[in-house]
Each structure stands twice: as C-alpha cells, then as structure tokens.
Ligand binder design. Structure first.
Ligand code: PDD
Length: 283
C-alpha cells in the first residue's frame, strides 16, 4: 500500500512529496511540528497538541498555514488515505519560501506538511520492556519549550547514546540537573513512592503525554512532585521511565552503569502504563 503525504494543499505519494529548496524550514530549521498518536483510528489528545502548535507558532510569530478546523480535516484525511489504525501522524509548519535572509520575511505563506506512519507494535498497547539511558550534556538552546524542527543537538546526543550501547540519553543542564530525554520527558519514582518529573520551564518541552500522565497519577492518588532531579538521584530511584506520544510510559531500567530495581518495569510505572492504556482505549 502506497503512503500518502499532504504538502501545501495536495495529497501526494510519499515518495514524490517535496518542498522548495528555499523553504526556511530547510535553510534555518525555521519551523515547528507535532507528533500525534493514532490508536485504533483515534487521534489521541488532538486538542492539546493543536494548542501546543498554536503556542509554538506564536512564540515564533509564525502564521497558521490553514485554519485550525481545516488542519483537523487534513489530519483525518491523511489518517484515512493511509489506512492508519495504529501509529502516528506528523505535521510540520515552516515559515515558507523566501530568498535567504535572517530576519523573518514579510508576506510569505507558511508551509504545511503532514505524514502518517504505521506502528504495528501499538496494537498491543504500551511496551513494558525497559530501556537504558546514558546521561550526557544538554547541548541544546535556551528555548526547548518550543517544539521546533531544529533538532540537531538532540540527534547528536541520541547518536552518541546509541554508539555507547544505550537506547537513549537523559540530558544534563549546566547546573547538573536532568532536563529530559532526546525526544521524551524523564520521570523517576523514589523509594518513598514519590513520582517526580521536572517542572516546566524553557529548559524542556511540556509533553502532552507528560500532562496526561500527571492527570492519571492524580486520579490514582499518587504523590506527585514537579521538580528538577540529578543523575545521582535518578540512579538511586526505585523506578524510572520516559514519556512521549510514541513511547507512552516506557520503563527505564538502566541509567549509565546502574540497573534500577530488578531490571523490570516497577509497580508504580506499570500502574501508570495500564492507566494510560485505559485512557487510549477510551479515547
Ligand atoms: N517528541 N521532550 C522532547 C524533547 C520531545 O521531542 C518530545 C516529543 C517530548 C514528549 O512530548 P509529547 O508527550 O507531547 O510527545 C518531550 C516527539 C514524539 C518526536 O520528536 O518524535
């Protein structure tokens, strides 16, 4: 089955989807994006994702490429045309095409690209196998709250993690605290049953999955603390996990050389993972 992408008003075969070489997304990473889970055909947490897109666009003084209601129609079309049941839709807005200049060009039209990807593993819900993370310096800029396509520092960091034999990295800021994973938020559970994730600031992305997990944790009566934590504290934690639209609640069972718990998903992480699956099933 051929994949279909949406590019500026047209639904085209994925292999032929293209934008102009002077699109500012290509030259400056002058763009923002969202990744939304599709579970059993439903777009999960669509409204908060669109709210975050709106925030990212506002922060960069970039116009919506189409009205919000039109974008919702396009997302559904891409899901339908790709026969997507379980996977993700990716959508990206770039400032548009202009001859190269640093300041924002006036009167150009922003570009919209939407693609879909099947993820068969989602059929079974969250994957409860643990991953390993290595702690590495956070090389990114000072506006990590904006979901921009400028992801090179994250790519470099993930590459280093992979080459060192780890699944991902947890990035450390200049004060020695963990900001987040290369494409996910970081969580720990202490031996006192506290659920800890970093509080929101310009140092990290306010994950939609993060917010959803906080709600689920609240409904489960957990003791939630939003604050920064160090790698040393994380290595002493009873449990750890990451969250994102494509990983849900994914256990972390190794941080640098330290194995957490017995190397399996912890009980509190499992309860949150199950809570998240219930949420997906009811969306
Ligand atoms: N990444 N932090 C960073 C740096 C991210 O790139 C992401 C998402 C998250 C989690 O956000 P959310 O729960 O809204 O997915 C946190 C997406 C999935 C990606 O780039 O593929």
């Amino acid at each position: 089955m051929s994949r279909i992408a949406y590019v500026n008003k047209a639904y085209v075969p994925h292999g032929q989807a293209a934008v102009h070489i002077e699109d500012r997304g290509y030259q400056f990473a002058d763009g923002v994006y969202e990744v939304v889970t599709v579970f059993k055909g439903a777009l999960i947490d669509e409204e908060p994702h669109l709210d975050r897109l709106d925030r990212s666009l506002n922060e960069l003084e970039m116009a919506w490429p189409v009205a919000r209601s039109a974008l919702k129609v396009i997302l559904r079309q891409v899901v339908r045309q790709n026969h997507l049941i379980n996977g993700v839709v990716y959508f990206q807005v770039t400032r548009g095409v202009a001859s190269r200049q640093f300041e924002y060009p006036k009167d150009i039209k922003s570009s919209l690209v939407v693609t879909a990807k099947h993820m068969r593993e989602l059929v079974h819900g969250p994957d409860k196998n643990g991953i390993s993370v290595v702690t590495l310096p956070d090389l990114r800029w000072q506006r990590c709250d904006i979901k921009t396509t400028g992801l090179l520092a994250s790519c470099m960091t993930k590459q280093r993690a992979k080459e060192s034999g780890f699944n991902d990295a947890w990035m450390i800021d200049r004060d020695g605290f963990i900001t987040e994973g290369t494409s996910n938020n970081a969580w720990i559970v202490t031996h006192d049953d506290e659920l800890i994730t970093r509080d929101i600031s310009n140092a990290l992305l306010n994950g939609i999955t993060r917010r959803r997990i906080l709600k689920i944790a609240e409904s489960q009566g957990l003791n939630i603390i939003e604050r920064a934590f160090t790698p040393q504290e994380a290595k002493k934690a009873r449990e750890a996990f990451i969250s994102s639209a494509s990983s849900f609640v994914k256990p972390v069972t190794k941080i640098d050389d330290c194995v957490l718990g017995n190397g399996q998903i912890g009980s509190l992480s499992e309860a949150l993972s199950n809570g998240f699956l219930d949420f997906l099933e009811n969306s």
